[in-house]
Design a protein. Structure first.
Length: 531
């Protein structure tokens, strides 16, 4: 498809599709009846499954929409994220029909049952934010926000690749020289300890820091237990909602007899030859592992949309930067906070199809004085079909103000976490600070009431930086807090953007603007207008 034809689709979508407005959770009009525009999902769950996974030539399949109409795929993922599921669709129980078992080995027995992803990740309104608190462990877990999740996954992939390349080089050098070879593990300016390779092919990983001995960076869950968005999605559907996804990709990659490497529609390689991959609770479409009478509860296509949505989800915003806040950032560097909370990290190959930059703008911002600028990151590829395949550009991208090193650290006894079997979890992945101003209370367990208290709670590997903060005078401490308070989340439905700038001074309920990604590209198919 030529550029002129593509631009005509962009223009048509701008005229034909009104911005979607939504609360934290959305009902299904096929179940509850119609409501105000944007207040519910117009498609049933079966209609959202559509043609299933399919391929790029199967109209209305997940593979087709992700490659040919990514804005619609993202939108469908968002609606699934906010959808209120029902018992008839497989909601609950989390583990088994009786709810009985050993909580020491089945922590899901202590999780809170919710009917929507947005039940735990729903603040600010309509965002994949924070909010839920569950007793999966005795000291609870505070659900983190999911802004910028795709950037986190890509960083973890690239760091893993770098560390393993160093390992392979050390092994080759040891074999060539017939001498032990000790190499530092570095990626993106972050040190992960050392590794020693021996001529026999053996490895000494005792000096590896912050990651497992396999050098796989697992950035998801507080303790760094999950490597990919897809595993995170399938695991959360089961553990928090009792929804079993018979996911084709994860099941194929973990097949006990013939595991195979899989590339998901979102571009994530799942390779059982080099990684430990989490197997879904149920891989038989006719199976019913939780004995609730519902089989094949979440189709693979729905997992595709959720994974793609979270891959492309907005990164957090930066609020008003005052001179005091700017001084606070400088002090964070001075006292060592950024030795673990690394401010900016570069991604070499960006798999997203869009980026949204959201900043303080008192002129164009309406709600919260924030304004977002969305840009596409895809190129059209004409394969002779009516609509082009839209492929990620894959250029480098700097994740600014992310403030993490994606390593596990021991922050001392105040952060240690009890498990139901009496053991203690000592190390946790450095929490990215972007969005931190909007996610109180703090800590992976939500036990710190404000930013000052969670800083002072630090110990262990962060003791020196904590003490340096405590030694600052009150004004200097307040400047650090002032900077952290510029790192905010935002409600996409209430944030004016270049896609829908709103009407300054207009109706605050309907004319405040929004981030309407459907404006970026959408196949003008009349059969899909009800979405």
């Amino acid at each position: 498809m030529n550029t002129r034809r593509l631009l005509s689709f962009l223009a048509l979508s701008t005229l034909a599709f009104a911005p979607l407005r939504a609360g934290a959770q959305l009902t299904d009009e096929s179940q509850t009846g119609p409501t105000v525009p944007g207040g519910a999902i117009a498609k049933s769950l079966e209609q959202q499954v559509g043609a299933g996974r399919g391929d790029v030539h199967t109209a209305q399949s997940s593979a087709y929409l992700i490659k040919r109409d990514p804005a619609r795929a993202i939108r469908r993922g968002r609606q699934l994220f906010q959808r209120k599921f029902t018992e008839e669709q497989g909601l609950g129980p989390r583990v088994n029909a009786s709810g009985m078992g050993d909580i020491g080995t089945q922590m899901e027995l202590g999780a809170g049952l919710v009917d929507s992803c947005a039940g735990c990740h729903g603040r600010p309104r309509g965002a994949a934010g924070a909010g839920g608190d569950v007793v999966t462990r005795p000291d609870s877990r505070d659900a983190p926000h999911l802004f910028g999740l795709g950037l986190v996954e890509m960083l973890a992939e690239e760091i893993t690749h770098d560390l393993r390349a160093i390992r392979a080089d050390a092994q080759e050098a040891a074999k060539r020289t017939n001498e032990p070879i000790r190499r530092p593990l570095f990626s993106k300016g972050i040190g992960y300890g050392h590794i020693t390779a021996y001529p026999t092919g053996g490895l000494d990983t005792s000096e590896v820091e912050g990651v497992d001995a396999d050098l796989r960076v697992r950035p998801f869950l507080a303790q760094g237990g999950t490597a990919s968005i897809r595993e995170f999605v399938v695991g959360a559907l089961k553990a928090e909602m009792g929804l079993e996804a018979v996911d084709h990709d994860l099941c194929a990659a973990t097949d006990p007899q013939h595991p195979v490497a899989v590339l998901t529609p979102a571009g994530r390689l799942l390779d059982p030859a080099v990684d430990r991959i989490e197997r879904p609770a149920e891989c038989d479409p006719a199976g019913d592992d939780d004995d609730d009478g519902v089989v094949n509860e979440v189709d693979t296509a729905l997992v595709d949309y959720l994974e793609f949505y979270l891959l492309n989800y907005f990164k957090p915003a930066t609020g008003r930067m005052t001179p005091d806040a700017a001084a606070g950032l400088a002090r964070m560097h001075e006292i060592g906070c950024t030795s673990c909370h690394r401010q900016d990290l570069r991604i070499e190959v960006d798999r997203r199809v869009a980026d949204v930059e959201t900043t303080h703008d008192p002129v164009r911002g309406i709600y919260n004085r924030l304004y977002a600028s969305a840009t596409t990151k895809f190129v059209p590829f004409d394969d002779g079909e009516p609509y082009p395949q839209l492929l990620p550009v894959g250029k480098p991208f700097v994740a600014k103000n992310i403030f993490t090193d994606l390593k596990r650290h021991d922050l001392g006894p105040a952060f240690h976490e009890r498990n139901h079997d009496g053991s203690l979890q000592h190390v946790f992945v450095t929490e990215p600070l972007w969005g931190v101003a909007t996610t109180a209370p703090y800590g992976h367990d939500g036990r710190s009431i404000n930013l000052e208290e969670v800083i002072l709670r630090h110990g262990g590997e962060a003791q020196e930086s904590r003490d340096a903060f405590a030694a600052l005078d009150e004004r200097a401490q307040h400047s650090v807090i002032a900077y952290l308070q510029t790192l905010v989340l935002f409600p996409p439905d209430d944030t004016a953007s270049n896609l829908n700038p709103g009407v300054p001074g207009g109706d605050p309920q309907t004319e405040h603007g929004s981030i309407a990604l459907s404006e970026l590209f959408q196949i003008p198919d009349p059969d899909e207008l009800g979405e």
